[in-house]
Design a binder for this molecule. Sequence first.
Ligand SMILES: [Zn+2]
Ligand SMILES: [Zn+2]
Length: 313
Amino acid sequence: MTTFKETFTGSEDRARVLTEILRHGPAVAGTTLIALVDRTTQAVLAVRSMPAPVPILDDESYFDEDQILQLSRALCALADETAPVRTWNGNRWGEITGEFITVVCREGPARMSPIEALLFYGWRYSNHNTAALHGDVYAVTPHGWANLSPEYSGALPALPALPEMPELVERPDPASAAPEVLEAERVLADASLALLGPEPRECLLCYVHRMMMEFGCDGRLRFAAHYRDARAPRATALERRLGTAGGYCDCEIFLNGYELRQAYWVPEMGSQQEDLDDDDDPELTWPTPLPRCTGVRGGSTQPCRLWDRLYRW
Ligand SMILES: [Zn+2]
Ligand SMILES: [Zn+2]
Protein backbone atom coordinates (compact mmCIF):
# COMPACT_ATOMS: atom_id res chain seq x y z
CA MET A 1 0.00 0.00 0.00
CA THR A 2 1.36 3.40 -0.96
CA THR A 3 0.42 6.67 0.67
CA PHE A 4 -0.23 9.75 -1.45
CA LYS A 5 2.66 12.16 -1.56
CA GLU A 6 2.17 15.79 -2.53
CA THR A 7 4.38 17.10 -5.31
CA PHE A 8 5.18 20.24 -3.33
CA THR A 9 5.64 20.81 0.37
CA GLY A 10 5.36 24.58 0.88
CA SER A 11 5.42 28.06 -0.61
CA GLU A 12 9.16 27.93 -1.27
CA ASP A 13 9.25 25.05 -3.73
CA ARG A 14 6.07 26.33 -5.35
CA ALA A 15 7.68 29.75 -5.92
CA ARG A 16 10.75 28.11 -7.43
CA VAL A 17 8.74 26.03 -9.89
CA LEU A 18 6.50 29.02 -10.75
CA THR A 19 9.60 31.07 -11.58
CA GLU A 20 10.78 28.27 -13.84
CA ILE A 21 7.39 28.06 -15.59
CA LEU A 22 7.27 31.84 -16.11
CA ARG A 23 10.77 31.71 -17.62
CA HIS A 24 9.42 29.40 -20.32
CA GLY A 25 6.65 31.96 -20.79
CA PRO A 26 5.07 33.81 -22.37
CA ALA A 27 4.49 35.40 -18.95
CA VAL A 28 2.18 38.21 -20.02
CA ALA A 29 -1.15 39.26 -18.55
CA GLY A 30 -3.99 37.55 -20.37
CA THR A 31 -2.13 34.28 -20.91
CA THR A 32 -2.61 31.07 -19.00
CA LEU A 33 0.39 28.75 -18.82
CA ILE A 34 -0.06 25.04 -18.23
CA ALA A 35 3.08 23.21 -17.21
CA LEU A 36 3.78 19.54 -16.80
CA VAL A 37 6.02 19.03 -13.78
CA ASP A 38 7.78 15.80 -12.77
CA ARG A 39 6.38 14.69 -9.40
CA THR A 40 9.69 13.31 -8.18
CA THR A 41 12.22 15.91 -9.29
CA GLN A 42 9.89 18.96 -9.66
CA ALA A 43 11.50 19.53 -13.07
CA VAL A 44 9.37 21.49 -15.54
CA LEU A 45 8.97 19.09 -18.48
CA ALA A 46 6.74 21.14 -20.79
CA VAL A 47 4.88 24.46 -20.82
CA ARG A 48 1.83 25.19 -23.01
CA SER A 49 -0.05 28.45 -23.21
CA MET A 50 -3.63 29.43 -23.93
CA PRO A 51 -5.56 32.67 -23.65
CA ALA A 52 -7.06 33.13 -20.19
CA PRO A 53 -10.77 32.29 -20.24
CA VAL A 54 -13.16 35.11 -19.32
CA PRO A 55 -15.67 33.57 -16.91
CA ILE A 56 -19.34 33.82 -17.80
CA LEU A 57 -21.31 34.24 -14.58
CA ASP A 58 -25.06 34.33 -14.22
CA ASP A 59 -27.07 36.64 -11.94
CA GLU A 60 -26.32 34.43 -8.97
CA SER A 61 -22.57 34.35 -9.77
CA TYR A 62 -22.65 30.74 -10.90
CA PHE A 63 -20.42 29.62 -13.75
CA ASP A 64 -21.88 28.83 -17.14
CA GLU A 65 -22.00 25.03 -17.59
CA ASP A 66 -21.33 25.11 -21.33
CA GLN A 67 -18.25 27.20 -20.75
CA ILE A 68 -16.92 24.70 -18.20
CA LEU A 69 -17.65 21.83 -20.61
CA GLN A 70 -15.79 23.52 -23.47
CA LEU A 71 -12.87 24.33 -21.23
CA SER A 72 -12.77 20.72 -19.99
CA ARG A 73 -12.53 19.46 -23.57
CA ALA A 74 -9.71 21.88 -24.37
CA LEU A 75 -7.81 20.90 -21.23
CA CYS A 76 -8.32 17.19 -21.96
CA ALA A 77 -6.85 17.63 -25.45
CA LEU A 78 -3.96 19.65 -24.07
CA ALA A 79 -3.26 17.00 -21.39
CA ASP A 80 -3.33 14.14 -23.92
CA GLU A 81 -0.86 16.02 -26.11
CA THR A 82 1.51 16.86 -23.28
CA ALA A 83 1.70 13.92 -20.86
CA PRO A 84 2.10 10.18 -21.47
CA VAL A 85 -1.03 8.01 -21.28
CA ARG A 86 -1.48 6.28 -17.96
CA THR A 87 -0.50 2.64 -18.41
CA TRP A 88 -2.64 -0.36 -17.48
CA ASN A 89 -0.84 -3.69 -17.34
CA GLY A 90 -3.91 -5.91 -16.93
CA ASN A 91 -4.33 -5.72 -13.20
CA ARG A 92 -3.12 -2.30 -12.07
CA TRP A 93 -2.61 1.27 -13.22
CA GLY A 94 0.89 2.62 -13.75
CA GLU A 95 2.27 5.30 -11.50
CA ILE A 96 1.24 8.95 -11.74
CA THR A 97 4.52 10.58 -12.63
CA GLY A 98 3.58 14.15 -13.49
CA GLU A 99 1.43 17.06 -12.36
CA PHE A 100 -0.18 19.80 -14.41
CA ILE A 101 0.31 23.24 -12.90
CA THR A 102 -2.00 25.94 -14.24
CA VAL A 103 -0.70 29.50 -13.99
CA VAL A 104 -3.03 32.41 -14.78
CA CYS A 105 -0.97 35.49 -15.69
CA ARG A 106 -3.08 38.61 -15.20
CA GLU A 107 -3.39 42.09 -13.76
CA GLY A 108 -5.04 42.74 -10.42
CA PRO A 109 -4.43 41.75 -6.82
CA ALA A 110 -2.65 38.46 -6.13
CA ARG A 111 -5.64 36.58 -4.84
CA MET A 112 -8.01 34.08 -6.36
CA SER A 113 -10.54 35.33 -8.91
CA PRO A 114 -13.27 33.51 -10.87
CA ILE A 115 -10.72 32.84 -13.66
CA GLU A 116 -8.77 30.46 -11.42
CA ALA A 117 -11.94 28.85 -10.10
CA LEU A 118 -13.18 28.32 -13.66
CA LEU A 119 -9.91 26.59 -14.63
CA PHE A 120 -10.16 24.41 -11.54
CA TYR A 121 -13.62 23.23 -12.59
CA GLY A 122 -12.42 22.85 -16.18
CA TRP A 123 -9.74 20.42 -15.01
CA ARG A 124 -12.07 18.61 -12.66
CA TYR A 125 -14.34 17.52 -15.50
CA SER A 126 -11.58 17.05 -18.09
CA ASN A 127 -11.42 13.20 -17.82
CA HIS A 128 -8.00 12.94 -19.39
CA ASN A 129 -6.31 9.63 -18.85
CA THR A 130 -2.69 10.64 -18.55
CA ALA A 131 -0.15 9.80 -15.90
CA ALA A 132 -0.46 13.28 -14.43
CA LEU A 133 -2.47 14.99 -11.71
CA HIS A 134 -4.16 18.31 -12.30
CA GLY A 135 -6.14 20.87 -10.37
CA ASP A 136 -3.39 23.01 -8.87
CA VAL A 137 -4.17 26.52 -10.11
CA TYR A 138 -2.15 29.69 -9.49
CA ALA A 139 -2.55 33.37 -10.26
CA VAL A 140 0.54 35.46 -10.94
CA THR A 141 0.07 39.24 -11.10
CA PRO A 142 2.35 42.28 -10.70
CA HIS A 143 1.60 41.99 -6.96
CA GLY A 144 2.83 38.42 -6.49
CA TRP A 145 1.26 34.99 -6.67
CA ALA A 146 -1.50 33.05 -5.00
CA ASN A 147 -2.81 29.50 -5.01
CA LEU A 148 -6.27 28.00 -4.62
CA SER A 149 -5.05 26.86 -1.20
CA PRO A 150 -4.88 30.15 0.69
CA GLU A 151 -1.88 29.04 2.75
CA TYR A 152 0.37 29.19 -0.30
CA SER A 153 1.24 32.62 -1.72
CA GLY A 154 4.18 34.96 -2.07
CA ALA A 155 5.48 38.28 -3.36
CA LEU A 156 7.77 36.61 -5.90
CA PRO A 157 7.61 35.63 -8.65
CA ALA A 158 5.43 38.43 -10.00
CA LEU A 159 4.66 39.81 -13.42
CA PRO A 160 6.46 43.02 -14.33
CA ALA A 161 4.35 46.01 -13.25
CA LEU A 162 2.89 48.28 -15.88
CA PRO A 163 5.08 51.39 -16.22
CA GLU A 164 3.96 54.17 -13.85
CA MET A 165 2.88 57.43 -15.43
CA PRO A 166 5.27 60.27 -14.55
CA GLU A 167 3.62 62.57 -11.99
CA LEU A 168 3.51 65.72 -14.09
CA VAL A 169 2.24 64.18 -17.28
CA GLU A 170 -1.51 64.36 -17.49
CA ARG A 171 -3.11 60.96 -17.40
CA PRO A 172 -5.00 60.15 -20.55
CA ASP A 173 -8.75 60.52 -20.39
CA PRO A 174 -10.10 57.02 -19.68
CA ALA A 175 -12.70 57.59 -22.40
CA SER A 176 -9.89 57.68 -24.95
CA ALA A 177 -8.38 54.32 -23.88
CA ALA A 178 -8.78 51.51 -26.38
CA PRO A 179 -12.28 50.03 -25.98
CA GLU A 180 -11.01 46.47 -25.62
CA VAL A 181 -8.74 47.51 -22.73
CA LEU A 182 -11.66 49.12 -20.95
CA GLU A 183 -13.81 46.08 -21.64
CA ALA A 184 -11.18 43.75 -20.17
CA GLU A 185 -10.84 45.93 -17.08
CA ARG A 186 -14.59 46.03 -16.63
CA VAL A 187 -14.91 42.26 -16.96
CA LEU A 188 -12.10 41.69 -14.45
CA ALA A 189 -13.55 44.18 -11.98
CA ASP A 190 -17.01 42.67 -12.34
CA ALA A 191 -15.65 39.15 -12.00
CA SER A 192 -13.72 39.80 -8.82
CA LEU A 193 -16.72 41.56 -7.33
CA ALA A 194 -18.93 38.63 -8.35
CA LEU A 195 -16.66 36.25 -6.48
CA LEU A 196 -17.13 38.44 -3.46
CA GLY A 197 -20.89 38.30 -3.80
CA PRO A 198 -23.43 37.88 -1.03
CA GLU A 199 -23.69 34.52 0.70
CA PRO A 200 -26.87 32.50 0.30
CA ARG A 201 -29.71 34.17 2.27
CA GLU A 202 -27.39 36.95 3.46
CA CYS A 203 -29.32 40.22 3.69
CA LEU A 204 -28.40 43.51 2.02
CA LEU A 205 -27.18 45.22 5.19
CA CYS A 206 -25.10 42.31 6.53
CA TYR A 207 -23.49 41.97 3.10
CA VAL A 208 -22.74 45.69 2.68
CA HIS A 209 -21.38 45.91 6.21
CA ARG A 210 -19.16 42.83 5.78
CA MET A 211 -17.71 44.10 2.48
CA MET A 212 -17.22 47.61 3.79
CA MET A 213 -15.24 46.32 6.78
CA GLU A 214 -12.89 44.66 4.30
CA PHE A 215 -12.77 47.10 1.38
CA GLY A 216 -14.01 50.40 2.79
CA CYS A 217 -16.51 52.86 1.40
CA ASP A 218 -15.63 54.51 -1.91
CA GLY A 219 -18.25 57.23 -1.58
CA ARG A 220 -20.81 55.34 -3.65
CA LEU A 221 -23.39 52.66 -2.99
CA ARG A 222 -20.89 50.20 -4.47
CA PHE A 223 -21.72 47.07 -2.49
CA ALA A 224 -25.40 47.90 -2.10
CA ALA A 225 -25.69 48.13 -5.88
CA HIS A 226 -23.75 44.89 -6.31
CA TYR A 227 -26.09 43.13 -3.93
CA ARG A 228 -29.05 44.35 -5.95
CA ASP A 229 -27.47 43.27 -9.24
CA ALA A 230 -26.60 39.83 -7.86
CA ARG A 231 -29.68 39.09 -5.78
CA ALA A 232 -32.57 41.40 -6.58
CA PRO A 233 -32.12 42.93 -10.05
CA ARG A 234 -35.70 44.20 -10.06
CA ALA A 235 -35.12 46.41 -7.03
CA THR A 236 -34.36 49.39 -9.26
CA ALA A 237 -35.49 51.90 -6.63
CA LEU A 238 -32.96 50.66 -4.07
CA GLU A 239 -30.63 53.65 -4.33
CA ARG A 240 -33.54 56.06 -3.94
CA ARG A 241 -34.87 54.15 -0.95
CA LEU A 242 -31.47 54.09 0.75
CA GLY A 243 -31.06 57.78 -0.06
CA THR A 244 -34.31 58.57 1.73
CA ALA A 245 -32.80 56.89 4.78
CA GLY A 246 -29.71 59.12 4.49
CA GLY A 247 -27.62 56.39 2.83
CA TYR A 248 -26.01 57.99 -0.21
CA CYS A 249 -22.94 55.77 0.07
CA ASP A 250 -22.33 52.37 1.70
CA CYS A 251 -21.09 53.75 5.03
CA GLU A 252 -23.91 56.29 5.37
CA ILE A 253 -26.42 53.44 5.40
CA PHE A 254 -25.09 52.64 8.88
CA LEU A 255 -24.45 56.23 9.97
CA ASN A 256 -27.92 57.50 9.16
CA GLY A 257 -30.19 54.68 8.10
CA TYR A 258 -29.87 51.54 10.15
CA GLU A 259 -28.16 50.28 13.27
CA LEU A 260 -27.55 46.95 14.88
CA ARG A 261 -30.31 46.04 17.35
CA GLN A 262 -29.36 47.06 20.87
CA ALA A 263 -29.65 43.46 22.04
CA TYR A 264 -26.54 42.59 20.02
CA TRP A 265 -24.32 45.40 21.33
CA VAL A 266 -21.32 44.44 23.48
CA PRO A 267 -19.20 46.35 26.02
CA GLU A 268 -16.45 48.34 24.37
CA MET A 269 -12.98 46.78 24.65
CA GLY A 270 -10.99 48.24 27.53
CA SER A 271 -13.92 50.20 28.92
CA GLN A 272 -14.91 47.61 31.52
CA GLN A 273 -12.03 48.25 33.91
CA GLU A 274 -12.68 51.97 34.36
CA ASP A 275 -16.38 51.48 34.45
CA LEU A 276 -16.11 49.21 37.46
CA ASP A 277 -15.32 52.30 39.51
CA ASP A 278 -18.44 54.28 38.73
CA ASP A 279 -22.07 53.44 38.43
CA ASP A 280 -22.35 54.14 34.71
CA ASP A 281 -23.16 51.30 32.39
CA PRO A 282 -20.16 50.33 30.28
CA GLU A 283 -19.93 51.90 26.84
CA LEU A 284 -21.56 49.59 24.31
CA THR A 285 -20.54 49.05 20.72
CA TRP A 286 -21.10 46.73 17.75
CA PRO A 287 -19.23 43.43 17.96
CA THR A 288 -16.57 42.60 15.38
CA PRO A 289 -17.46 40.60 13.39
CA LEU A 290 -21.19 41.15 13.54
CA PRO A 291 -23.45 38.26 14.57
CA ARG A 292 -24.37 35.94 11.75
CA CYS A 293 -27.07 37.27 9.39
CA THR A 294 -30.45 35.79 10.33
CA GLY A 295 -31.25 35.51 6.63
CA VAL A 296 -33.81 36.79 4.13
CA ARG A 297 -35.61 35.15 1.24
CA GLY A 298 -34.09 35.41 -2.25
CA GLY A 299 -34.87 38.57 -4.21
CA SER A 300 -35.43 40.65 -1.06
CA THR A 301 -33.51 43.83 -0.26
CA GLN A 302 -34.95 44.03 3.26
CA PRO A 303 -32.62 43.87 6.26
CA CYS A 304 -32.62 40.77 8.44
CA ARG A 305 -33.60 40.77 12.12
CA LEU A 306 -30.19 42.05 13.22
CA TRP A 307 -31.07 45.58 12.08
CA ASP A 308 -33.21 48.46 13.31
CA ARG A 309 -34.17 51.46 11.24
CA LEU A 310 -32.84 54.74 12.68
CA TYR A 311 -35.27 57.63 12.71
CA ARG A 312 -33.36 60.80 13.34
CA TRP A 313 -35.49 63.28 11.52
ZN1 LIG B 1 -19.38 56.36 2.64
ZN1 LIG C 1 -28.52 40.22 7.77
